[in-house]
Design a protein around this ligand. Structure first.
Ligand code: SF4
Length: 317
């Protein structure tokens, strides 16, 4: 018996993975990744197949067919996409079915009975998704009907409490899994604020735009321009590396200063960008601060005072 395990790196799918191993099945772990997920959540297991769905997912986040959760998390559409990818993989390797670590009623948006059934149907996988942690409470699946697994192989866990699954992990000696929360940036209100701004002002959102949302402080200066200011050494380096043609690197020389990236091609508000960058430099209390800005034509200078907190609040995302 060959099984594709949709693995997220978290406790539940790690348990599902280990349960399937106990069945003596040949396991094919699959991680459906997008840039909206934190890398630290990636499962660390051998033979992990990774499919990056960032591009497809960006379109889904912009207009999800089944709506958003509390933030910009389109969980139902996301699960459908993940299962569609799992289906393609299952068919490619000729596996018998798919398992996931979902627990009935654990998440309000995507793990209620009706939603689980709807997601399977929309992914074209009716009866082919086995959920070992809650399967005892769900309709009989095709692998059960075929005798590949039996109802006794499936548990009847339900609800939001993690106590039962944590106890199970202890019993099964499962120690390596990502902690809950923080895995999906689409549930993070700060990230979603920046993303909503991006989708509002930019018709085309690319993978690089999403990468940029993950770093720095963001300021919307005009419909066409945005400033991203590094918060630490690592982000300053990333900003310098990410700058591309038409964008401007802003910094205060010879002092502790962030690197800032002025994004957007039209009518760049250099003075405002310089003034915000100066506000985060060690010279912020000087009356007039010399700020450098660099584009593909070279380096120029401008003198500005640091922006006040009141002004800053107008632009900050
Ligand atoms: S929390 Fe994020 S990764 Fe998880 S189902 Fe929702 S959108 Fe997808």
């Amino acid at each position: 018996m060959k099984i594709v395990v949709l693995h997220s790196g978290g406790l539940d799918s790690t348990l599902a993975f280990h349960i399937a191993k106990e069945w003596g099945a040949e396991i094919f772990p699959l991680y459906v990744y997008s840039k909206f997920l934190a890398l630290k959540h990636q499962p660390v297991i051998p033979d992990l197949k990774i499919i990056d769905v960032t591009r497809e997912f960006i379109d889904i986040v912009r207009s999800p067919q089944h709506g958003y959760g509390k933030n910009l998390n389109p969980c139902i559409d996301c699960r459908i996409l993940m299962l569609k990818k799992a289906k393609e993989y299952m068919e490619k390797i000729n596996a018998d079915f798919i398992i996931t670590g979902e627990v009935l009623d654990q998440r309000p948006m995507s793990q209620r009975f009706e939603q689980l059934m709807q997601i399977d149907k929309r992914a074209g996988l009716e009866g082919l998704v086995v959920r070992p942690l809650s399967g005892g409470l769900l309709p009989e699946t095709i692998p059960e009907k075929k005798g590949l697994i039996s109802r006794n192989d499936l548990l009847g866990i339900k609800g939001r409490s993690r106590k039962i699954t944590l106890d199970l992990a202890q019993k099964m000696k499962v120690e390596r899994f990502a902690s809950p929360g923080g895995g999906c940036l689409l549930t993070d209100p700060g990230f979603c604020r920046r993303l909503a701004d991006l989708m509002r002002y930019q018709d085309k959102v690319g993978v690089r735009d999403i990468e940029l949302l993950k770093i720095g402080r963001h300021f919307r200066l005009s419909p066409e321009t945005k400033l991203v200011v590094g918060r630490n050494e690592e982000e300053n380096e990333t900003i310098e590396k990410m700058i591309k043609q038409g964008e401007i690197l802003v910094y205060v020389p010879d002092t502790g200063s962030p690197n800032a990236m002025l994004v957007g091609n039209k009518k760049q508000p250099i003075k405002i960008a310089a003034s915000i960058t100066a506000r985060y430099s060690d010279k912020k209390n000087d009356k007039s601060i010399e700020v450098f800005y660099k584009d593909n034509r070279g380096i120029k200078k401008v003198r500005v005072p640091a922006v006040t907190n009141e002004e800053l609040a107008k632009w900050r995302l």
